[in-house]
Design a binder for this molecule. Structure first.
Ligand code: LHQ
Length: 264
């Protein structure tokens, strides 16, 4: 596992809290931060003790996307291969977030720009501080919305809003993002981390297998017709029904006590 000061990692009560930590650069990504985030996401896949992930940023920003200082065109004569950066760094991290069959909560503590915004949108439950804003900054520098943005924004918002946000790069306030269904909730700034941590801990104490299957089904829904999706639900429910947590959940209900899920 790569440990690096650019991504602070701590595990508490089954929650892996990851804090993007280059606050002077609004937590924009350099190679070290990419590798550290990937390594922590791989750890979340492998470690059974981890039952939820909480992603946030240090300082006043969440993440300003790629560190633009890394590829100063004034210093380089050759044109860069940005596709290589996506293949090597962003896409594997985004795939790890979506494939992780455990809840990923994102606490957007401040501005989220470019790939930073779209990494947040790839998480399962997104909470944002009311002072935070989301900026599809790509068009300001001649790029396309990457890190899944052109997919996520279109799926969630539809073409008109997706096109306007990406072509104008106008900031979207957290409260509007919540009204539009792009994130779960906009919270008072002081309430963000306490609420996000409480939510992450609640989910980490939940029936991890069932939550993971729920995530898988919801993500796959748009790719199937209703009939075949009913079959997929059937397969997943069969699996969930054989879990220890289902037996515990029903037993706890019948005994009128809180369930003690173990994530199995
Ligand atoms: C930064 C950055 C930054 C370096 C703030 N880099 N220093 C994928 C494939 C490969 C390559 C290209 O990219 C991608 C995906 C992408 O993410 S493309 C989009 C990249 N991101 C942007 O274009 C956003 C650039 N940043 C901004 O527009 C502003 O900083 C925002 C609107 C995010 C915040 O504005 P302010 O609140 O006014 O803060 P600021 O601009 O003063 O930034 C604070 C510091 O952070 C400042 O450094 P300084 O030394 O002057 O205090 C900035 O230079 C630095 N910073 N973003 N992406």
């Amino acid at each position: 596992m790569t440990t690096s000061p650019t991504v602070l990692a701590e595990v508490e009560s089954g929650v892996l809290k990851l804090t993007l930590n280059r606050p002077d650069k609004l937590n924009s990504f350099n190679e070290e931060m990419h590798l550290a985030l990937r390594s922590q996401l791989e750890r979340a896949h492998e470690d059974e003790e981890i039952r939820a992930v909480l992603l946030t940023g240090a300082g006043r920003g969440f993440c300003a996307g790629q560190d633009l200082g890394d590829r100063d065109p004034r210093k380089n004569t050759e044109r860069p291969d940005l596709g290589h950066t996506l293949e090597t760094f962003y896409n594997p991290a985004l795939r790890l977030i979506r494939a992780l069959e455990k809840p990923v909560i994102c606490a957007v503590n401040g501005v989220a720009a470019g790939a930073g915004a779209n990494i947040a949108f790839a998480c399962d439950i997104v909470l944002a501080a009311k002072s935070a804003k989301f900026i599809q900054a790509f068009s300001k520098i001649g790029l396309i919305p990457d890190a899944g943005g052109s997919w996520t924004l279109t799926r969630i918002l539809g073409e008109p809003r997706a096109k306007a946000l990406t072509m104008t790069a106008e900031p979207l306030l957290a409260e509007t993002a919540a009204e539009w269904g792009l994130i779960w909730k906009a919270l008072d700034d002081d309430a963000l981390l306490p609420e996000a941590s409480a939510l992450a801990q609640r989910l980490a104490a939940g029936p991890t297998l069932g939550l993971g299957l729920t995530k898988r089904l919801i993500q796959e829904a748009a790719n199937r017709d209703f009939d075949s999706h009913l079959d997929a639900e059937c397969d997943c429910q069969r699996q969930a029904g054989r879990s220890d947590d289902y037996a515990e959940g029903v037993t706890a209900f019948l005994e009128k006590r809180p369930a003690q899920f173990r994530g199995r």
